[in-house]
Design a protein around this ligand. Sequence first.
Ligand code: SAM
Length: 292
Amino acid sequence: MTERTAEEVREFVSRSYGARVRPVLEQVEAEGAVCCGPDCCAPASNTVETLQLIDLTPAADACCDTSAGADCCGDTSSEVEIVNIARLYQETDISDLPSTVTDVAFGCGNPTAISALQPGEVVLDLGSGGGIDCFLAAKMVGPEGKAIGVDMTDEMIALARKNADKIGATNVEFRKGEIETLPVDDASVDVIISNCVINLSPDKSRVFREAFRVLKPGGRLQVSDIVWTQDVPEDVKGDMEKWAGCIAGALLERDYLAGITAAGFHDVTSVASEYPKGRGLASAAVVAFKPR
Ligand SMILES: C[S@@+](CC[C@H](N)C(=O)[O-])C[C@H]1O[C@@H](n2cnc3c(N)ncnc32)[C@H](O)[C@@H]1O
């Protein structure tokens, strides 16, 4: 792959997610601005069905000497289900959310479940997409608290705002912006959540520094993200489709944690669950704290 600038990477990623979500946005826009009754606002079928299948099958010459015969690698097919490694959310948590939220959930974990969100807290969601984690967080922090979602993709912001109207969520706000340059004041946020987004950034160190800047002293970062537990396979590196698929841009777990520590956080920990046939690809639940 030819080298791309950070701006080009963000543009590619944004175009990819914009295209994926546009049909749902058009559906919501067709419904009208006002919630229209039980049919169009009906809750989803309780489980997030969105699947993102990524083919991680190694190229033949990457795993064996082809002169040794076609079967030398055995069954190497490796299609990884990125989103549904498990049912990410409790059915009871999402049963009252419309399908225009749950159908566009592209996460790899549930950051709102990593550590309890407290009433009154201000929560910031990096790469909020259609808004699922913001809506869950808003419910947890209650009317005295607030959830702010930041996303760079126009379609995502438009859909998340429509979803907020549909749900009647008043303590949620969606801001257009990049997570490398957050449109958020210094020391104004209690908790930062994020779900399968930081891996997409071309400048992760900057994201961690921005997270540190906007957190209040003693605030915490609790994110779900894709990481590698083994070196990123050469055939995956630099593939832009796989970057937008949350794989090629993902860091080694230890580099991810080191980046957070370098930004100034302490007590940085993660629990990584490897995907079956994932060649070391894992979903990680990461926690870190800004000093008081
Ligand atoms: C895999 S989706 C996850 C969306 C949401 N967190 C969820 O769980 O459904 C990635 C989202 O991050 C946004 N995104 C990716 N890179 C970003 C960046 N550098 N700045 C802001 N948003 C970004 C995309 O527009 C997209 O909405």
